[in-house]
Design a protein. Structure first.
Length: 267
């Protein structure tokens, strides 16, 4: 069983949803990324999504777009992101790591080489934001061959056929997008989200994590009643943007996520 599946299994046994935290690698610096990953784990995160910065992040809202811009301005490359994964692992950190990426950086790096190097660095899975299930054959064999879990997205508009196809292609977990559109903090959850979640769970034996627009303990608590995992990204990135490259950053992010991870416990 992969580290990702073990994390979701442990959360289920603990009567809680797994908390999945997102960072853009290299924002504000590579060293802070390593510190933030460890701070998130101390704050209770079960899984880390590490974004590979890309110049045209069409699935991301303004917050994550700015994070990618800052990381790229600092010179962060795909190779640097993999080195950050290795640095996170260097002191025995076992949190599962999913690389959150667009197709282009992986194609430029070379699909087979990327899969091999990502696995060697200590990554556990890869999520492509812009690769439809019909085109995953271009990437999946290399990922599976290197021991990486492909994590696929399904959306509120996905048909039953596409959800089933994603479930067949995916390993680790399925990522249910909470709403149509791009990433970003929202004050309310999408109407019909819980219905969508029930529908996806009926069509897949994989754990289902919900993300996009989730930012408060009350939202996390509501989703944790039914979802296997809850993803928070832009709200964390907002904290990083606010504090920047400061010595207080890691502790502040840990304090911010702790109430969110605590809200994952089912009552």
């Amino acid at each position: 069983m992969s580290r990702l599946r073990k994390a979701f299994s442990a959360a289920r046994k603990g009567r809680r949803a797994a908390f999945v935290a997102y960072l853009t690698a290299g924002d504000p610096t590579r060293q802070r990324t390593v510190e933030l990953a460890r701070a998130l784990r101390r704050g209770g995160a079960d899984v880390l999504e590490l974004g590979i910065p890309f110049s045209d992040p069409i699935a991301d809202g303004p917050t994550n777009q700015r994070a990618a811009e800052r990381a790229l301005a600092a010179g962060t490359t795909t190779r640097d992101v993999l080195e950050s994964v290795a640095a996170i692992r260097s002191e025995g950190e076992a949190i599962p790591i999913v690389l959150f990426t667009y197709a282009n950086p992986v194609l430029q790096y070379g699909v087979n080489r990327f899969a091999e190097d990502a696995a060697a660095a200590g990554a556990d899975g890869v999520l492509f934001t812009d690769v439809p299930v019909e085109e995953m054959d271009r990437f999946r064999p290399a990922l599976i061959g290197s021991g990486l879990d492909p994590v696929l997205l399904v959306t509120p508009t996905s048909t039953k056929e596409r959800i089933r196809a994603a479930a067949r292609q995916a390993e680790g977990f399925l990522y249910l997008v909470a709403r149509t559109g791009v990433t970003g903090v929202r004050s309310d959850l999408e109407t019909g989200l819980e219905t969508n979640l029930r529908a996806v769970r009926k069509l897949s034996k994989l754990p289902v994590a919900v993300g996009f627009g989730i930012s408060t303990p009350s939202q996390v608590e509501r989703l944790a009643r039914r979802a296997d995992g809850v993803v928070v990204g832009s709200a964390i990135v907002n904290q990083i943007e606010r504090l920047g490259d400061s010595d207080e950053l890691a502790d502040a992010v840990q304090r911010f996520v702790t109430p969110l991870t605590e809200a994952c416990r089912r009552k």
